[in-house]
Design a protein around this ligand. Sequence first.
Ligand code: AVI
Length: 320
Amino acid sequence: PPQYGTIRGFYDTHPTLAELKAEVLQGLACTPKQISPKFFYDAQGSRLFDAITQLPEYYPTRTEIELIRHHGAEMAQLAGTGSVLVELGSGSSLKVRLLLEALKPAAYVPIDISRQHLLESAESLAQSFPDTAVFPVCADYSKDFHLPAIEEDAPRLAFFPGSSIGNFEPQDAMVLLERIAKLLGPGGGLIIGVDLPKDPAVLNAAYNDAQGVTAQFNLNLLTRINREAAGHFPLENFTHHAFFNESLSRIEMHLTSIKDQTIPVGGRHFQFAKGERIHTESSYKYAVTAFRDLASRAGFHSEALWMDAQQRFSVHFMRV
Ligand code: AVI
């Protein structure tokens, strides 16, 4: 029988080592070299990301939390109670805690690629909210994933905070939003956090923190590849490089080779010239109208918008 205060089920479709290896090898064979930012989030990467969210320079998390604190009641009013609440990239599930009291969902489905982190957060949340049925799903939400068959008649609500949508290329973001729209069905709601374009100095500082946590987060990708994909990257031969690309309205993160070198990975050999980079992340910043246009092409219309006084971050309420 289902027990209250613990998770009710667990769907595990964590990407396999073989999938990780194949995607990494494919990315390293591209020109320019690239690796998807979804691979940042192993156990250590998830911890480092949580540390980033606490940094003085990293304004998005703190700004979005303030927006949810101030406007959570309005968000819940628009969303209605009794829904199946699906969170994409739930991480530590801290932000959703601010909404649960008001939302009173029938069930909460946190989806994340980082298995251990997901399970610990889901257990802790289930204990704090014993009336909410918690069904974690470990999955790469950039691919097709399935929801547990629960509360099938309840309306669905998606929560996609943190501007993680910005980590997708705009065309892929549109496709992902289309999939979310399909998952929600007509009338389904979406609460989505989107980082805004702003003074490049503020953006550059947020991705080049003084303590070097973002650099560690970026370099941890190589540690992971060394461990899980038989890589031989010497970490000291690569440096963190992040900057705002104004014409594309995106932060770019790269790992730059400090010298000419050949790196074995998964039985293959990859040449790096001095100064050559691996593109590890883009973080697109969307003005309000730009994001509305993107979402409307995916079948969403905008119902409400919240921004902080400095217009650093936005939270949209959208409906299919
Ligand atoms: C998760 N994602 C929205 C973060 C971002 O800002 O793009 C990841 C991150 N990368 C470096 N710092 C934080």
